[in-house]
Design a protein around this ligand. Structure first.
Ligand code: SAM
Length: 322
């Protein structure tokens, strides 16, 4: 429970409510990164949800007193954010990638993939300005967010979204409906490529789980609210990355591109695949998060088995201290 004092009766404009909530968020040391990066923005987002207005309208309403009902609705959201450490996106059931809004709940991670930034510029300079992929795969689709952004970016493309989680696919289906993309977006339950037989794509986008085991153990509660299946990438974070790099060439058309997000695991990836000529895209996360490879560069990537578990450490008897 937060020990900061709850707001007083005089706090009844959005500006006052946001300021008081942000102060409490700071003293409760909440973790951010699910759509906002600080206490003020997180409080403003929840306030907007309580007001039931578009975010753009907040500025005009900041100093207009709100009804008791709206103030109470906002307080309830602030309390849950503090006491249950639920990311704002799960409280409001919405998340944004650029201009696109998505329904989210705890069956999927909150969308924040850097690949969306690259789609905003139609993957240039790697794709030529007029080049439009006809077939796109979003592997590990979760809420379907990248598949949907890709479908909007390339309006003639047929898009497949693959996930191993039936629960995540239910959320993706809802988003596909809300974006009126059910004709162009096919959702498939599969363990990576295994259910796709000989399907080939002009573009494969993938934001797989890549959090390393030691980091998993130290995640703030907010991140533990997300499905572990969506985050956990094995001992070094590369369990799925290895499988994707091994099999992607088989599912790309001759000029096709793989766009793969690996978190900040660039060094690990380069160490594991010293011969692959990775292109590292510059995103707001830096140049160590998203790599690109064309089919020709991938072909011949050996099928790399996941690292074998280390043999159990033999516990030696401690030599008695001298
Ligand atoms: C990091 S999330 C990405 C979700 C979404 N693409 C995004 O960017 O927000 C990873 C997704 O991979 C899925 N996943 C985990 N293991 C998988 C596997 N073996 N095959 C297919 N999908 C898998 C999880 O269910 C989760 O939805």
């Amino acid at each position: 429970m937060s020990r900061a004092s709850p707001p007083t009766a005089q706090q009844n404009t959005p500006r006052q409510l946001i300021a008081a909530a942000a102060k409490r968020f700071r003293s409760a040391r909440l973790a951010y990164g699910h759509g906002t990066l600080n206490a003020d923005d997180e409080a403003a987002w929840l306030m907007v949800h309580a007001l039931g207005c578009p975010f753009e309208d907040l500025a005009a309403r900041l100093d207009q007193p709100v009804s008791a009902k709206i103030a109470q609705r906002a307080q309830l959201l602030f309390e849950r954010r503090i006491n249950e450490r639920i990311p704002a996106a799960y409280l409001t059931h919405e998340a944004w990638l650029g201009e696109h809004r998505f329904y989210v709940d705890e069956r999927v991670i909150v969308p924040r993939s850097y690949i969306a930034e690259l789609l905003q510029t139609r993957l240039q300079p790697w794709l030529k300005p007029r080049q439009s992929p006809q077939t796109i795969l979003d592997l590990c689709t979760g809420s379907g967010c990248l598949a949907i952004v890709a479908a909007h970016t390339f309006p003639r493309a047929q898009v497949d979204g693959v996930d191993i989680s039936a629960a995540a696919l239910a959320v993706a289906r809802r988003n596909a409906c809300e974006h009126e993309l059910t004709q162009r977006l096919k959702l498939i339950r599969s363990d990576l490529f295994t259910g796709l037989t000989d399907q080939r794509y002009d573009l494969i986008l993938t934001n797989p789980p890549y959090v390393r085991e030691p980091v998993m153990r130290t995640l703030p509660t907010e991140y533990r609210r997300e499905p572990a299946l969506a985050l956990h990438g094995g001992a070094d974070g590369l369990d799925l990355v290895r499988r994707i790099l091994a099999d992607a060439a088989m599912h790309l058309t001759p000029q096709g591109w793989l766009v793969l997000e690996v978190g900040h695991n660039r060094k690990n990836v380069e160490r594991a695949f010293p011969k692959l000529p990775f292109i590292w895209a510059e995103t707001s996360g830096g140049d160590d998060c998203v790599l690109l490879l064309q089919k020709a560069a991938l072909a011949g990537t050996p099928s790399v088995p996941a690292p074998q578990p280390r043999p159990p450490t033999v516990r030696r008897r401690r030599t008695p201290a001298r």
